[in-house]
Ligand binder design. Structure first.
Ligand SMILES: Nc1ncnc2c1ncn2[C@@H]1O[C@H](COP(=O)(O)OP(=O)(O)OP(=O)(O)O)[C@@H](O)[C@H]1O
Ligand SMILES: [Mg+2]
Length: 154
């Protein structure tokens, strides 16, 4: 099932991230797709800030491939595959074992580059740039709990 939400500000996109932090149990993988500057990192920032009592520790991993945030007992893996040239490079990181591990959340920007290895219960996001401050965010999931949570956001 696909649920679409409209965000009319960067704060609203961060709020959507925070909503997931409150409602989704780990382990869980989030596949974030959409053009440059459409809000993928801001979504992750909202999620992580919620877990981390508002302190902002997220940076865009474009030059790093994999950022790691440890918050209490929780680990957030933040990957940006924009510059990835081969799936093997990501397999070598051992990320598949990590994203299946208890207490790990994993966010993958440019997840379309590793479509064939994404887990079955991944939550798929499609971010679309509408205008300067507006983004359409489509969320695809089989989870009724997630859908109910999103309806609260609308
Ligand atoms: N509704 C909105 N939601 C999210 N970001 C918004 C919104 N309106 C404006 N913005 C701006 O758009 C930019 C989104 O940047 P962000 O780094 O999150 O994009 P990204 O999808 O991660 O891009 P990249 O693929 O380059 O990593 C920020 O500068 C933010 O201030
Ligand atoms: Mg980004």
């Amino acid at each position: 099932m696909i649920q679409s939400v409209i965000s009319d500000s960067v704060d609203k996109t961060r709020e959507l991230g925070a909503l997931f932090a409150r409602n989704v149990d780990a382990p869980r993988v989030f596949a974030l797709r959409g053009d440059l500057g459409c809000g993928k990192t801001e979504f992750v920032r909202g999620f992580v800030s919620k877990l981390n009592e508002s302190e902002d520790i997220v940076s865009s991993p474009t030059f790093m491939l994999w950022n790691l945030y440890e918050i209490n007992e929780i680990t957030v893996n933040h990957l940006d595959l924009y510059r990835l040239s081969s799936i093997d490079d990501v397999l070598e990181l051992g990320i598949i074992d990590v994203w299946e591990t208890e207490d790990n959340y994993t966010f993958i920007e440019w997840a379309e580059k590793i479509e064939e290895i994404l887990p079955k219960d991944v939550v798929n996001f499609f971010f679309k740039h509408i205008d300067e401050n507006t983004r359409e965010i489509q969320i695809e999931t089989d989870s009724d709990v997630l859908i109910q949570t999103l309806k609260k956001f609308l």
